[in-house]
Design a protein around this ligand. Structure first.
Ligand code: TRP
Length: 467
């Protein structure tokens, strides 16, 4: 049965872009770019988005539009009646559905950090975060961040606060209301980011930072650049986790899938690019390239307050910035939670209420362990048995397993589904439905010979088998 469709193509684009734009663009993209060499990462990322990302984004939406089912059902239907290998492709639906369950708990942990920073910048004088302020030999801003995440009570409280906000929205079923807010707040966030970018251009020494961000340095390229860029692409476009299949079900046969997907791709990548432009030159200006290369998940929490401390009235902009980021994060968390609730209630055939309870239980359990991974459980390194990853903390491990391991596997299943089960020609016809499609050639090339070998290399490398 088809669900209620979006009232217009714009409705689809806004919903898909709303779920795509979130912490992935503002928190994750800049720190990965800084860490993996700036320009070379940016270039790798853009190339991958235009080829891989595009092919998968289109495929998932078309699978949804074709079947009108959520991922597990879509894979099951399309594989029905197929024998042996092709029949087993239906497991792909499950892989796609497990990923958001792993992501949601740590997404909420970062959401908690954002919530903390709204409060932190509202109650502390912003000068406490000035780049020249030093505490115990490190910058005051970094010291503040480390103090916060290593304080078990404080960090747990903010995590819980964020989960409660998210759960309330899902439980009351008021996503529609939230989306209306989104239409005002998202453009505001983008405008604010652009404003901050312009300001950062005039920071002393910003030039070196822009060079670091925009000029690819080939000597910094490694397998890890591709592994990280690929993981980021999955995370940021919300692909390989069933979300886009679900959104595809809302599309009507006559809606132009190709141009809608182009908009989502462009918008999401644009926001990531701007977020990088806002943060990376500032990090380099304040601490040099070394500071950029040693960046981790704390980057926006350490650098942005320093930016706000560097101009008069900065604290107002700081609070506003983190409130808007909080909104972007909350809307994504709501849609992640909604997906998990939907999968669980359908597959276990339980009521929505019970499903919400299950999801919350899971989020609390894994989320609290993740939060405590920076304090009480600091010595727990889940991947200690792989030498390359022996120092990875719990949050990074969850992030790594979902983005660099499970999502490539999910994407391989989607590709096999399209190419072998449905048939690429037939699928392409369905996608374009008589309209001209100038990237069809790239699409077919990617799906038929590029995607799977590359994903396999990424996977083998990521799991430590290659190398
Ligand atoms: N793409 C979102 C971001 O950039 C994160 C995300 C991943 C997401 N999977 C999702 C959001 C599913 C909504 C639904 O932050």
């Amino acid at each position: 049965m088809k669900q209620d469709g979006f009232s217009s193509k714009l409705g689809f684009v806004l919903a898909a872009a709303g779920s795509a734009v979130g912490l992935g663009n503002i928190w994750r993209f800049p720190y990965l770019t800084a860490k993996y060499g700036g320009g070379i990462f940016l270039l790798t990322y853009v190339i991958l988005v235009l080829t891989f990302g595009y092919a998968l984004l289109i495929s998932e939406n078309a699978i949804g539009r074709m079947t009108g089912k959520s991922p597990i059902g879509a894979f099951r239907d399309l594989c029905a009646g197929k024998k042996s290998f092709l029949g087993s492709v239906r497991i792909g639906g499950w892989v796609n559905s497990v990923v958001p369950m792993i992501i949601l708990p740590y997404y909420c942990v970062i959401g908690g950090w954002v919530t903390k920073y709204v409060v932190a910048l509202a109650v502390n004088p912003v000068s406490n975060f000035h780049k020249d302020a030093v505490v115990n030999g490190q910058s005051a801003s970094a010291a503040y961040f480390v103090d916060f995440i290593s304080n078990p009570a404080d960090s747990t409280i903010y995590f819980i606060a964020f989960v409660i906000i998210t759960a309330l929205v899902v439980a009351c079923g008021v996503e529609k209301g939230i989306e209306r807010f989104n239409k005002i707040l998202m453009p505001m966030l983008v405008l604010l980011i652009i404003g901050i970018c312009v300001y950062c251009m005039f920071l002393p020494n910003a030039e070196a930072g822009f060079k670091y961000y925009l000029k690819p340095d080939v000597s910094k390229f490694s397998y890890m650049t591709v592994v990280a860029a690929m993981g980021q692409l999955f995370f940021s476009l919300s692909i390989a986790m069933g979300i886009m299949i679900t959104y595809g079900t809302y599309m009507r046969e006559k809606d132009d899938l190709v141009s809608s997907v182009n908009h989502v791709e462009l918008f999401d990548t644009g926001v990531s690019f701007l977020a990088g432009m806002m943060i990376i030159p500032a990090v380099v200006a304040f601490g040099g390239e070394k500071a950029a290369e040693s960046a981790g998940p704390g980057l926006i929490f350490i650098t942005m307050p320093q930016v706000f401390a560097s101009f008069p009235g900065g604290s107002i902009f700081g609070v506003l910035f983190f409130i808007l980021v909080l909104f972007a994060a909350a809307t994504s968390a709501v849609s992640l939670m909604e997906t998990n609730v939907h999968t669980i209630s359908q597959e276990l055939k339980i009521s929505r209420k019970k499903a919400i309870t299950c999801v919350l239980g899971e989020v609390f359990a894994i989320g609290v362990i993740t939060v405590l991974g920076y304090s009480v459980l600091k010595n727990i390194k889940p991947l200690f048995f792989i030498s390359k990853y022996q120092n990875m903390d719990i949050l990074d491990t969850l992030d790594f397993i979902s983005n660099s391991v499970l999502m490539p596997i999910g994407a391989i299943f989607t590709t096999v589904l399209v190419v072998a089960v449905i048939g690429l020609e037939k699928f392409s016809e369905h996608i374009k439905s008589d309209k001209p499609w100038y990237r069809e050639y790239i699409y077919q090339l990617c799906m038929s010979i590029v995607v799977i070998p590359c994903l396999l290399v990424v996977l083998l490398n990521a799991t430590g088998i290659l190398n």
